[in-house]
Design a protein around this ligand. Structure first.
Ligand code: UDP
Length: 468
């Protein structure tokens, strides 16, 4: 019997690839669809870690690596624009692959699923006569902001960063000017901002949206919007589920008391300056808490300096940027690693008590599904909004207080960690986090809301492909 095929297209962002692999896995193993995942790369060669994440997809998912843009192409300035360029340069190849797949009578093409960057490839879906869906890998709050953006853009005068009033979206945390996504803080006359608005407009032209959240995390997720007939399905939290195996971090955690360890990581791309990295080290020392720090080489000007991995695709192993004597002073108390950390396994370990995070949406979901409270230290993209949501609306995070020039002092690092680890506030957050964990685990179970939502979409795709 024919098994309809879903073609998934992921832009070159680690934070998109991880949930795309999980979505493709679920569609292929739980929902009776064939799945082909095309993943773009921004660098040549892609980092070892990026390839390893894709390769963790089960055999039931066919993988196709798309090449990075030619080296002679001028690099656009922002990460989003670079990712868009990497997808745009592959559109002819994507079209060719889609045509070849469409010729397979045993697996008729049923849908094209893209991320927010990939909406630029919507012509391919139209040409193949299949619906175009977007899998949105950030929260509903950001999706709602983007879907409203063309209207906000038309109605507002002046720069968004100067607005005195927050943006209020139904059911979402009010978004103050300093909490807006980075692309909205750019000058409205800039090409960066224009590209962002144009992406937001393109998002409205898809046939449906899957969003990596749940109604437990965001109760308004998927609520209809005036004048927008666009079905939105919360299918999350989809996080990394593959086993990690034997790892030094996990062996070290096995030796630590329950709930005693602070895990510190700024995601796949987040970087601090040299001075801020040293200050964080001193803050960890001052907190007197045990810690695992997945550290990155500092970057003086970019908060996402490691976003596309290192240029030569190899990891940097030196820790020469840490304050002198730090490793000796914290021996036994902490573990510093500059390799890729097994984050979901760390967050799932009973010794972990809180997560100092840059508030990338995958990191937040991984913390939520493991019931771990957070210290929010947002760096780029929509992370300021995510941090506000987690503190104000969801109640599972404290935000570190940011000082002049976005600097966070060692005293504040230690104080935010202690607020999340000890005392009444920490107790409240732990209780809320474990309630949310239980509800999220249920959402993803066989009868849970997110699994049912995905099953419904899979049925729609199967029906439409059988009518062709
Ligand atoms: N991650 C990991 N080990 C690391 C750094 C990151 O496993 O050392 C994973 C993390 O678990 C998450 C993803 O990389 O799934 C980062 O995504 P997120 O949305 O949190 O942030 P981004 O990197 O996209 O800013």
């Amino acid at each position: 019997m024919a098994r309809p095929r879903v073609l998934l297209l992921c832009s070159p962002c680690m934070g998109h690839l991880i949930p795309f692999v999980e979505l493709a896995r679920r569609l292929a193993t739980d929902h009776g669809l064939a799945a082909t995942l095309l993943f773009a790369s921004a660098t040549s060669p892609p980092s070892d870690q990026y390839l390893a994440v894709a390769a963790a997809a089960p055999d039931a998912v066919d993988l196709v690596a798309l090449p990075a843009p030619p080296p002679e192409d001028a690099l656009p300035p922002s990460a989003r624009e670079r990712a868009e360029h990497a997808v745009a340069s592959n559109v002819p190849r994507i079209r060719e692959l889609a045509r070849a797949l469409a010729a397979d009578a045993d697996a008729p093409l049923a849908a094209l699923v893209v991320d927010m960057i990939g909406v630029r490839a919507r012509g391919v879906a139209a040409e193949m006569g299949v619906p175009l869906y977007m899998f949105f890998t950030s929260p509903w709050t950001t999706l709602s902001l983007l879907l409203h953006l063309p209207g906000i853009d038309a109605a507002r005068a002046g720069e968004h960063r100067d607005a005195a009033e927050p943006i209020r979206l139904p059911g979402c945390v009010p978004i103050h000017a300093h909490e807006l996504p980075a692309s909205m803080l750019a000058d409205r006359s800039s090409s960066m901002y224009a590209g962002f608005v144009s992406m937001a407009k393109a998002m409205k032209q898809v046939d449906g949206i899957l969003v990596n959240t749940s109604r437990e995390i965001e109760p308004a997720a998927g609520d209809g919007m005036d004048g927008l007939e666009l079905p939105v399905h919360p299918v999350g939290p989809l996080v990394w589920t593959r086993p990690v195996g034997d790892h030094g971090c996990i062996r070290w955690l096995d030796q630590q008391p329950r709930g005693s360890v602070v895990y510190v990581s700024f995601g796949s791309g987040g970087t601090l300056t040299w001075q801020q990295t040293a200050e964080l080290a001193l803050g960890l020392e001052l907190s007197q808490c045990r810690f695992i720090w997945a550290v990155k080489r500092p970057h003086q000007s970019l908060a996402n300096g490691a976003f596309f991995g290192t240029q030569n695709g190899k990891e940097d192993t030196s820790l020469d940027f840490l304050p002198e004597g730090f490793m000796e002073m914290t021996r036994g108390l902490g573990l510093v690693t500059n390799s890729w950390a097994p984050q979901t396994a760390i967050l799932g370990h009973p010794s972990v008590g809180c997560f100092v995070t840059h508030c990338g949406w995958n990191s937040i979901l991984e913390s939520v599904i493991n019931g771990v409270p957070m210290v929010a230290w947002p760096l780029y993209a929509e992370q300021n909004t995510n941090a506000a949501m987690m503190e104000v609306q969801v109640g599972v995070a404290v935000r570190a207080k940011i000082g002049v020039d976005r600097f966070i002092s060692k005293e504040e690092v230690a104080s935010a960690i202690r607020r999340a680890m000890v005392g009444e506030e920490a107790k409240r957050m732990r209780k809320r986090a474990s309630e949310l964990r239980d509800k999220s685990v249920h959402d993803l179970s066989k009868d849970g809301g997110s699994t049912r939502a995905l099953a419904q979409i899979a049925d729609v795709w199967k029906c439409s492909s059988s009518r062709k």
